[in-house]
Design a binder for this molecule. Sequence first.
Ligand code: NAD
Length: 362
Amino acid sequence: MIIERREFLTKLTLAGAAAFVSNSPLLASVTPKKDKLGIALVGLGYYSTDLLAPALQLTEKCYLAGIVTGTPTKAETWKKKYNIPEKNIYNYQNFDSIKDNPDIDIVYVVLPPSMHREFVVRAAKAGKHVFCEKPMAPTVADCEAMISACKSNNVKLAIGYRCQHDPNIQAVIQVAKDQKFGKVKMITSAAGYVDGRTNHWKQNKKLGGGVMGDMGVYALQGARLATGEEPISVIAQASTTRPEIYKEVEETMMFMLEFPSGARAACHTSFGINMNHLQVNYEKGWLKLEPQSGYSGNKGSMSDGTVINFPIKSQQAKQMDEDCTALMNNTALIAPGEEGLRDIRVVEAIYKSVATGKSVKI
Ligand code: NAD
């Protein structure tokens, strides 16, 4: 049986509408009435260049209005390629003057994780809504400061959890909500790829590197979304097969989560292993997804024969359009700052478990 698409989407919309009611007149007042919101990308590396800028050519609720970069040659290339007016191009020093630019409604921070806090706080102080890439930041304290800065400046903060906008992942969330196969008993969740680089921020502790924040949050999200619960304890082990490269941070992390219902998850993440799957065993059935966190093609099946395979044009375009719709209508975001914080709380506990060799309560 293939899930009836219309019925499934209706369910999602209703569930979403109920969960997303929010009534802040202050927040409503800061999103100007426009057909399309202007986004400025901060940090023009791989993800901005290869995924977000192309997705912004497909979006209906937003467009690439500006850029913030520390590299003048990139500014020139992007200006020509995307027809960006000179007045919407900033560097890291003059970035704060973005507050006077009505073309920019949203600042999207796509920098190494250790820089997220500074740029989210500066964007919030400039009165702009903020999208911030995962992992939200290296520490819980950073995440709390980012949430607080956005609140006190009456702007909204969304984390770039593209998968939460993917109907294939939403199908997993829905199974947990409906208890379709009863309670979750056991989860296996993995996310990894082979990173051949030797001197990137992902291998640098000060810049927020380490596989746990980078790919590990996908393995963690798999388990959190499949249960619909927050873990109460974790035990973790870090390892590396390339100590000459992974001197400061872990190449591989294995962590076991315990959830309040008694469900357990065995999660794996690595910069040295290609893996991307989720298996959920319930009281009365199972669900499998592979891949579970791809940019496209996430797909799977369930023990009753249900196929999960909803094609989407661009996950990133859907994410940005849905987040912009939430800003325009002043409704709740699918993955607000608080959702990024939930993951970083677990990430901190994982590092504590590695340091102590013991299980850590969350
Ligand atoms: P990248 O290294 O390709 O780009 C980082 C950018 O930051 C570069 O333009 C670089 O010039 C700039 N930068 C400024 N100061 C820097 C410094 N001190 N050190 C290093 N770079 C500096 O990285 P990326 O892969 O584009 O990742 C950026 C962010 O996007 C990260 O938070 C990452 O986790 C996230 N990301 C998310 C996804 C996703 O699927 N949601 C995918 C890839 C990356």
